[in-house]
Design a binder for this molecule. Structure first.
Ligand code: SF4
Length: 176
């Protein structure tokens, strides 16, 4: 029988939540015995596959590319997990939300640049007006807060989901 499939991605995040998963070290082997990771930074797949059982998504939704990937992951996955405070609340990426997008880009790429001044137009995803928590863009089934969440919390949620239990963080729940 095929093993359940896990996909992971990061949107507007620092990759710290994925690093926290890797910090689980050999405990990840227990997850890999139960499931295959079919999409993510460590997997050479170019497109989110159809038929994913658990989607683990880090980061806020800040750009058109983020929105597209979040919607694709939602449409092709049974369960979506918002991983970390950026995905759960908007956290650091949402600090820009009080600044109009144009002004923000000019501050960074024109006023804040000493050479090659100019807002890039090529190869840079278009920013959305606001950086939003994942749940404002797509339906989220499980929230795992923390900046980053502890490795044990991530493993607990994955193990619960893979073994058919309602995920429970219990004493592992934390923000920040
Ligand atoms: S929640 Fe913290 S560790 Fe995770 S992506 Fe956001 S800033 Fe990085």
């Amino acid at each position: 029988m095929d093993k359940p499939k896990i996909g992971t991605c990061w949107l507007d995040g620092c990759s710290g939540c994925h690093m926290s998963l890797l910090d689980a070290d050999e405990a990840i082997i227990g997850v890999l015995k139960k499931a295959d990771i079919v999409f993510g930074p460590l997997v050479d797949a170019q497109e989110w596959p159809v038929g994913v059982d658990v989607a683990v998504i880090e980061g806020a939704v800040s750009s058109q590319d983020d929105l597209k990937l979040a919607r694709t992951a939602r449409a092709r996955s049974k369960v979506v997990v918002a991983l970390g405070d950026c995905a759960v609340t908007g956290n650091v990426p949402s600090m820009r939300n009080g600044i109009p997008t144009r002004k923000l880009l000019e501050r960074v790429f024109v006023e804040g640049s000493t050479e090659g001044r100019g807002v890039p137009t090529d190869g840079v995803p278009a920013l959305l007006k606001q950086a939003s928590p994942l749940q404002e863009a797509i339906k989220v089934d499980v929230h795992v807060p923390g900046c980053p969440p502890k490795p044990g919390a991530i493993l607990q949620v994955l193990t619960d989901l893979l073994e058919g239990r309602e995920p429970g963080l219990g004493g592992k729940l934390r923000f920040g």
